[in-house]
Write a protein that binds this ligand. Structure first.
Ligand code: ATP
Length: 232
């Protein structure tokens, strides 16, 4: 369970997060959506303490995580842009991440196999296409079998087949009861995956609702139509 309580964050004179309160229950698969610049990535980074909120706190599995780091090992994070040393090969990045972690035994290499990543382990990060970088990021997010997945625009730049492979992987983990937060602008790809929606606008959470509630309110089946009706 992740709860953010009254999170505020300002960059310069811009208030980027305004009193943000969200809840990610065990087993939930949450779509984090909203216009460009509405604060989705900043919220995700706040949960991971890559951005430190000015006020408010993040509660992870019942504990305030301020100043703590061990909880991060329970989260598989796929950033919007994967940044690793350009001179390292994919294989070296993978080995480095595995060496850093103590829990090397239960590695989930399913995505590595499905993306045939080992065949290009020799390639240097600096030479990879955007989609290839995304695949490396996706493989790392799932590698250590985290309890919670936080995926920031995971399919951006992926070809259709690779997107589908990732979607199926997310669904598989969801079926195991894992919690997932997915930020995406491609609402159609979220339809079959999600149980809840958090909609952000201008740094505020406009609403957090279950898919069932949205369906009942709007009498729509597709997420894009539900959202269009709600924010109209
Ligand atoms: N490090 C930073 N310094 C200054 N401003 C920042 C920083 N990070 C984000 N911002 C600003 O905060 C606002 C929210 O950005 P954020 O990346 O959280 O939005 P987003 O909802 O994820 O957008 P997108 O859908 O385009 O990815 C934007 O106006 C952005 O310019």
């Amino acid at each position: 369970m992740i709860i953010t309580e009254h999170i505020n964050k300002r960059f310069g004179n811009q208030q980027v997060l305004k009193d943000v309160h969200i809840m990610c229950r065990p087993g939930a698969c949450i779509a984090l959506i909203g216009p460009n610049g509405s604060g989705k990535t900043t919220l995700i980074k706040s949960i991971l303490q890559m951005v430190l909120p000015d006020t408010g706190k993040v509660i992870f599995q019942g504990e305030d995580i301020t100043g703590q780091w061990s909880y991060r090992a329970k989260i598989g994070f796929m950033p919007q842009m994967t940044r690793y040393p350009e001179n390292m090969s994919i294989g070296e990045v993978m080995s480095m991440m595995i060496d850093i972690r103590k829990d090397q035994k239960n590695l989930d290499e399913e995505l590595i196999d499905q993306y045939h990543l080992k065949e290009i382990y020799y390639k240097r990060m600096g030479t990879l296409s955007g989609g290839m970088r995304q695949k490396v990021g996706a493989c790392l997010a799932f590698l250590f079998q985290p309890d919670i997945l936080i995926l920031d625009e995971p399919t951006a730049g992926l070809d259709p087949l690779s997107s589908e492979i990732l979607k199926q992987k997310i669904l598989k983990e969801k079926a195991k009861g894992k919690s997932t937060i997915i930020s995406s602008h491609v609402l159609s790809e979220l339809d079959e995956m999600i149980t809840e929606v958090i909609y952000m606008q201008d740094g505020q959470v406009l609403f957090q609702k279950t898919l069932e509630d949205l369906q009942q309110e709007t009498h729509e089946v597709k997420l894009s139509k539900m959202i269009a009706k709600i924010i109209a």
